[in-house]
Design a protein. Sequence first.
Lengths: 228, 416
Amino acid sequence: MHKPLKEMHPPVFIVTHWINAVSMLILIMSGLYIHFPAFSGFMGAARGVHVFFGIVIFLNCLVRIVLAFFVKDATTMGTREKELDIRNWLPQKENRHQFFPMLRWYLFMKKDYPISAKYATMQKLAYIMIAVMIIAISYTGFCLWGVTNQLAIFAVGNNLVSGLFGFGGGGSLMPMRVIHYCLMWVLIIISLIHIYIATMHGFVAWRMIFLYKEDPDAGEHVDAPAQA
Amino acid sequence: MAEIHKEVYGMAVATDLYERLAAHGITRRDFLKFCGTLAAVMGLSQTAVPQIAAAVGEAAGSGLYPALWINGAACTGCTESIAQATQPNVADIVLDILSLPQMETVMMASGEYAEKAGEEYAAANKGKYILICEGAVTEMLDGNVLRIAEKPYVEILQHYAEGAAAIVAVGSCAVDGGWVRAYPNPAKATGVKAYLDANISNPKKRPPVVNLPGCPVNPLEIIAVVVNVLLTGDLTKILKDPVKELNLDRQNRPKYLYGSTIHDNCERRGHFENGEFVYQFGGQAEADNYCLYAMGCKGPQTYRHCSKLRWNNNMSWCVASGGPCIGCGNFNWVDNNTPFRQRMRRIGAGVIGGPGGLGIAKAGAIVGGVVVVGIGAHALASKATHRIGKNSTLKNEEMKTYDARKLKKKGGSADA
């Protein structure tokens, strides 16, 4: 099998990935504690930390999106050929057709693994979803935060959501609170699936993301870098 | 105009106000303390106290401001709240600035005479009076679900609203339907502003609405608005741009009354920050006045000043008496905040209000659990079919051939 090489995950993306992962973990734990403090002693810290990492994960998401237009990474596994990350992130013309074969592979209806880009098409869609989700959950968070919720951009959201659920007016934050909480569960679910799929083919991805080391036998199938 | 020959911190105050206060057994000190409370409520510094005292003193001696109080679908709790004082107090002096000939619950006249008095008063003060609305607007059966003096309430409201200079919607029912509007809302209850927006098409004929949500409204909330008007001084100027002059927020609530949460000023806030909570009634934590957050207190998402205003002549308020806040200052507060003893409303079958449904934490945990089981099953099946680990599949060259073939079929280029 082809292995992920360092070119596939430039160091800056390893950093943004870790900021995401750590922030998410802290946000989930502090958020659950804020939702219901099952034990004593941490409320002040939980709230402070929750707001801080909420801002961190939002900014990190924006930085990651901007970097996608400037940083190059490998076009596929097992190659040192690189192109702009945004090209690899979005489903490309040459691999969009893999969506259904991939789905069939996950549903045990196809034997061969149809990947031939940096990520599979479904995986790309999932990663786009993650960016959208982080922005959405940050937005709902700012709608709830007393410091920001009277700003026009967030007041509009509160009005919309409370109107949408028949709870009239923007004076009630409960519908937004429910949505913020549900989005957390969606992110947890996406993360669990992400970890599972990243581990399906062994621990090569773990090795890369934790140690930033290529698999010892990764070189076996490495294609030659593109000639300039 | 009252004769001015006394000063409070350099500001002139009408003498006859002190005489009237003295007749009620209220000292100058009591009055200034009251003005100090008002300054705190309105978010002003204590240096504003003499200005408040002067404004109230002047208005108290200069005649009455015309106002009408009408009742829609309500429990009359807001009237009770205004009338809560068991003896004349300072608040009465300020409320006396409003002339309220029409207040059905407490007025002497009844029946035909009462209605006529209201009509005549409104006609004589057309375009000048303040309309104070208590209670929800019920639209079921074309408004006939609530008839007063043989007329639907909606008709009465619209009639008085069109002649008013401004409207103050007191209590949650008048603001957005309150508990009357709770699921399944059989009377199709709504708030005064929503009703008038939908039914008076010409915006110039719609007087500005100040919303004072809460169940019930606190008399100090009404007084604060009155004092706000007195401090601004010029009603015409206020009516030109009430949002700016009365400092209203996006829901037409005065920011100084609804700008911070119950939680922000809660006397149990220290326990919240320390993570000291009441988990069940009757224990030591409750005896120690710990935070009621875990008992479903809605203080953190409820914008009101109850801890500062308090109730029954500043005696107590919900949280001080040991009850978690049920968020009555919120919009559509019953649907949004039930179950009152839980942190969040339920979702599920009754998602648009109503009983039943699933606790949201349980719902999240169930979905999360299903996903974990699904992943486990997929992993086992993948293991059984040798998909887990290093047994993968196509090599790069094969992938490229595969892609090229697919693209060719679709008329694309394989070189990309």
